[in-house]
Design a protein around this ligand. Sequence first.
Ligand code: FAD
Length: 374
Amino acid sequence: MSAVNNVLIVGGGIGGLCAAIALRRKGIAVDLIELKSEWTVYGVGIIQQSNVVREMAKLGVLDGYLDAAFAFEDVAIYGPAGQQLARIPGQRLAGPQYPANVGISRLALHKVLSETALELGANVRLGLSVESLEDQGDSVDVLFTDDSRGRYDLVIGADGLFSKVRQLLFGDTYTPRFTGQAVWRYNFPRDPQIDHLANYQSAAGNAGLVPLAGNLMYMFLTSHEPTNPWMAPATMAEQMRERLKGFTGLIGELREQITDSSQVVYKPMEVIFVNEPWYRGRVLLIGDAAHATTPHLGQGAGMAIEDAIVLSEELTTDAGVEQQLQRFMQRRFDRCKYISESSILAGDKEMQHDRDFDRIGLVKQMLSRTAEPI
Ligand SMILES: Cc1cc2nc3c(=O)[nH]c(=O)nc-3n(C[C@H](O)[C@H](O)[C@H](O)COP(=O)(O)OP(=O)(O)OC[C@H]3O[C@@H](n4cnc5c(N)ncnc54)[C@H](O)[C@@H]3O)c2cc1C
């Protein structure tokens, strides 16, 4: 009998949902709690690269996921006027019949993952968090914020950048750090040219266009915001247009269509890395709770998804929990640290306007490292 038969997952985001699916498929009982009482996500998209497509196949959700996504092959890098600087062909890691990469709306991804987790019997409670955790050595006693209680073989903190579970485990040792940059995003009808991931580099920042569906794509833009300013909601469209001034070509044309401030999704970049094992006793962190990074390499959610798969593989070995979690860390720590540090480096180099920095080389290196088996 395996050492872990029932788990509590705190957080119903991408990492928590993938953990719920992977663990249910291995026959482990899953309770999942989510702080939001309305279980939804914001409406722009996400890039999922070849390693993620491979993991979605392992999760057993690939067909539904691909139906909800826009599959593409190449990643291209352009100058500010649209001149192509590099084109990196995709790697079909899930098998030759499946695409290399995917763009998917966060809403569509949430729907596929949450429906699958529920179908597989994960017991989900919304509007709920943990108040306290007491590790008894052979189990964890949990007090929930509604005063109910539970006992679990393992508690998984998948509660994101501002993780309560991390706080309960490590106190204030780790707190999110603002990097100096922010990301702006906006949806558009898909332009037929955007059948691949298109990155545009300029001195002011980097922009990109990501296909999400036949009729949908989104633009992202990174900008340097050293003071992490508060911005009046009604001015967001104007502020995004202002920061896109250095671009001509397609990005310049689209800039003029950014008119609805309520549709601008703005996020300051905040990072954290738990630089020691991500567990104590029978409580473990995965995803952004342990290693939130910047979006420069488009791998944050990828690392959360990989965490979930690797955890499900390790928890069903014959070893004891301590050994299982050690093995999990051996397989995850260096890989996530590499993604975390490389993503932050790419952002730092943007802020320093370092023209000698080989960003294309970094992207190629990341693709080759993430293609390796975990
Ligand atoms: C601007 C931007 C663009 C990005 N683009 C990409 C991309 O293209 N590709 C990519 O792979 N990654 C991308 N990422 C990163 C990606 O979004 C994250 O890495 C990913 O969402 C992490 O998943 P998670 O489940 O660990 O955390 P989250 O997605 O943050 O989920 C955490 C969940 O826990 C819940 N929660 C929080 N606190 C509690 C609590 N106390 N109790 C219970 N529940 C709680 C939250 O409500 C949420 O549902 C991007 C990130 C940003 C900021």
